[in-house]
Design a protein around this ligand. Structure first.
Ligand code: WTA
Length: 638
């Protein structure tokens, strides 16, 4: 494949960005022309940010899986589309060529059809990182159904909430999943979730761990049996469903400031164009490169840069089932060495955790195949950046610090590897098509250099979210109402003298723990489910490895008072049950009351300062109903 839109020099970057602003429609029409469309679009772009209503390439007809699979069969059919590295390094890896993947996707698409899945139906996918997860996602897209992948670490309750919100009648899962030395009983978690979700009519279960599972007659079927049925039908073809560019492709739930996760909706055409465009340009992908993105497919990074972006570009994408520290902390480097990985895309939290093991696990591996390193999910601190640069890239691999969000679909601000300059801890410059602005609290644009503000984007790019599933008003109020006419990211940002952007972190009540987004309200709701908890307030605090840790202040009913440490563990367990282990508080402090204003609002600013250990800069407490609670909380700090 060649990419006529690939930017090779800094001058070309500047020219592309300028064209994308002066003539966005012409710019994106050119990019979109190198994809496979059944019918060309009628309009490149129609938009307003008030409703909001954004349509890219409307009237255009396509299927994203034809772009990711069918169009490569001629030239790349025998080339690996996916490399799968199992959790256990002793188990055999798998190479899946483009023609194998096409065959398997078609086969499983027929399984879905045989089980009654139709265009527009929502299919929830809750699996470990096995190739069949990719197959399930692509097969769903092939028949025009809408996938909603749920990360394997979420609890039964979280799954039930998402299934209900999406009204998903179909679930695809595994008996279990391997992660490091753990075995996670996925099907059993699904069974718990489905107690509340009687509307789920079919569950397709892949065998992975041979964990005993209960199979409910009429509802649950084995993946392998269903495949056999398709084989006995003679493996019929499954032509891709013709989709409108603006038909939904998937829903992905993400946390916001409220207690309830939002179902971010992405559509087929714009998402395909932007993920591919950004993949090729940010990582400077060259045909033949092996790309290893360490994210889970359950997050947006996995959707866009393990699956759709790389596959549409005809790349070889590596899927790793395990964790970076098992069987030892050299696992990533082992994989890089074994498959001669060229592009490695990971998260600062992984880098920081591996730094802690020193250079021992790095040194016996040949990392000379690496050409580009990437970072995503949270700000990368300078120390981690330099460690990554010196010890992994050996000073010769550009590092791309890619800033973006679930709602963005693809990378919005990043240097382009080796083309535009990197600057440690800066995402640097916007991609072509992206127009960032900084605003003050009143929404006035802050122009000039060396300034900070809230980061907004003032013009749509092709993979901007279209809505939040089932509740468009929520999409409007969350992203488009704070600053009318702008998409508000929720992030604070600094722009330096050269126009480089540095993301400084969330300015709303969303935490970023190990690169995972978690709403404080969600954690509070879960804590409050524990008997004995009267009320709680959750804030973030700086954590050496996770970036942010979760600090919970809890008012506990004294009649329930038991041994404090046991109660702490019980509460943490409750959060694991309700949300999942990723939301488990790191620190729990019991308090007699929370600092509240006279109108009853919790002053989180104060709690944040205490959790951060900045007790000297708490500021004005005179508006508090009872300022003395601050002293008490300070004294009890963990
Ligand atoms: C944060 C992940 C600094 C940011 C793709 C954003 C980052 C949130 C970076 C989105 C980065 C992501 N530098 N911060 N390079 N990348 N973030 O939806 O706060 O899981 O709003 O998407 O992660 O997280 P999400």
């Amino acid at each position: 494949m060649s990419f006529p839109y690939q930017i090779k020099t800094k001058e070309q970057y500047i020219a592309a960005w300028e064209k994308s602003v002066a003539d966005p429609e012409g710019f994106w029409a050119d990019v979109a022309s190198s994809f496979l469309w059944r019918k060309r679009w009628d309009n490149v772009l129609q938009w307003n940010f008030t409703e909001p209503n954004v349509k890219w390439f409307s009237g255009g007809k396509l299927n994203i899986t034809e772009n990711c699979l069918d169009r490569h069969l001629g030239s790349l059919g025998s080339k690996p589309a996916l490399i799968w590295e199992p959790n256990d390094p002793e188990e055999h890896h798998r190479l899946i060529t483009y023609s194998d993947l096409h065959h398997k996707v078609v086969q499983f698409a027929n399984v879905l059809k045989n089980n009654g899945v139709k265009k527009g139906d929502r299919v929830c996918i809750y699996m470990g990182m096995v190739p069949e997860l990719a197959i399930a996602v692509l097969a769903t897209a092939r028949i025009g159904a809408i996938h909603s992948v749920i990360f394997g670490g979420f609890s039964a309750q979280s799954i039930a909430d998402r299934l209900q919100d999406a009204q998903a009648n179909f679930v695809i899962t595994c008996d279990g999943a391997y992660r490091g030395n753990k075995e996670i009983p996925l099907k059993s978690v699904i069974d718990d979730a489905l107690v509340q979700c009687r509307f789920v009519t079919k569950v397709i279960v892949l065998t992975r761990t041979h964990t005993p599972v209960s199979m409910i007659k009429g509802r649950d079927v084995w993946w392998e049996d269903e495949i056999k049925k398709v084989e006995t039908m003679g493996n019929p073809d499954c032509p891709a469903e013709e989709m409108d560019a603006e038909d939904p492709l998937f829903i992905l739930y993400t946390s916001g400031s409220t207690g309830k996760p939002k179902g971010v909706v992405h559509t087929c055409g714009g998402y395909m164009v932007y993920t591919t465009y950004s993949f090729v340009n940010v990582f400077q992908y060259n045909p033949g490169d092996i790309h290893f993105c360490t994210a889970d497919i359950g997050w947006i990074t996995g959707h866009s840069y393990i699956l759709y972006g790389p596959l549409s570009a005809g790349a070889t994408s590596l899927i790793f089932e395990g964790v970076p520290t098992w069987p030892d902390a050299g696992r990533f480097w082992d994989i890089v060495d074994k498959y001669k990985v060229n592009i490695l895309y990971t998260a600062p939290t992984a880098i920081r955790s591996l730094m802690g093991y020193g250079l021992g696990p790095v040194k016996d591996h040949d990392l000379s195949s690496l050409k580009v390193l990437g970072s995503v999910g949270e700000p990368i601190n300078e120390e981690a950046w330099h460690w990554y640069d010196e010890n992994i890239g050996k000073g010769r691999c550009p590092i791309v610090d890619t800033w973006w969000q679930t709602e963005n679909g693809g990378i919005l601000i990043s240097n382009l590897a080796g083309v535009t300059p990197a600057k440690p801890s800066y995402a640097t410059l916007p991609l072509p098509g992206v127009q960032p602005v900084l605003v003050d609290e009143q929404g006035n644009e802050i122009t000039g250099k060396d300034v900070s503000g809230n980061l907004c984007i003032k013009f749509p790019w092709p993979s901007i979210l279209r809505t939040t599933y089932g509740d468009h008003e929520r999409c409007r109020t969350n992203y488009f109402a704070t600053y009318p006419g702008l998409y508000f990211t929720g992030d604070g940002c600094y722009r330096d003298a050269d126009g480089n952007y540095r993301i400084t972190g969330r300015v709303d009540d969303v935490l970023n723990v190990s690169g995972h987004r978690i709403g404080t309200a969600e954690v509070e709701n879960a804590i409050n489910m524990h008997t004995g908890v009267v009320e709680s307030a959750v804030v973030g605090y700086p954590h050496d490895i996770k970036g942010q840790g979760i600090y919970a202040y809890i008012v506990y009913d004294s009649t329930h008072q038991e041994e404090q440490n046991l109660t702490r563990q019980d509460i943490a367990q409750t959060v694991t049950r309700i949300i999942g282990a990723i939301a488990r508080p790191d620190k729990i402090q019991f308090v007699n009351s929370l600092p509240k204003t006279r109108s009853g609002k919790i002053m989180r600013r104060i709690l944040r300062k205490i959790a951060e250990g900045e007790t000297d800069s708490i500021g004005d407490t005179s508006t508090l109903l009872d300022p003395s609670v601050v002293e008490e909380i300070k004294n009890g700090k963990i």
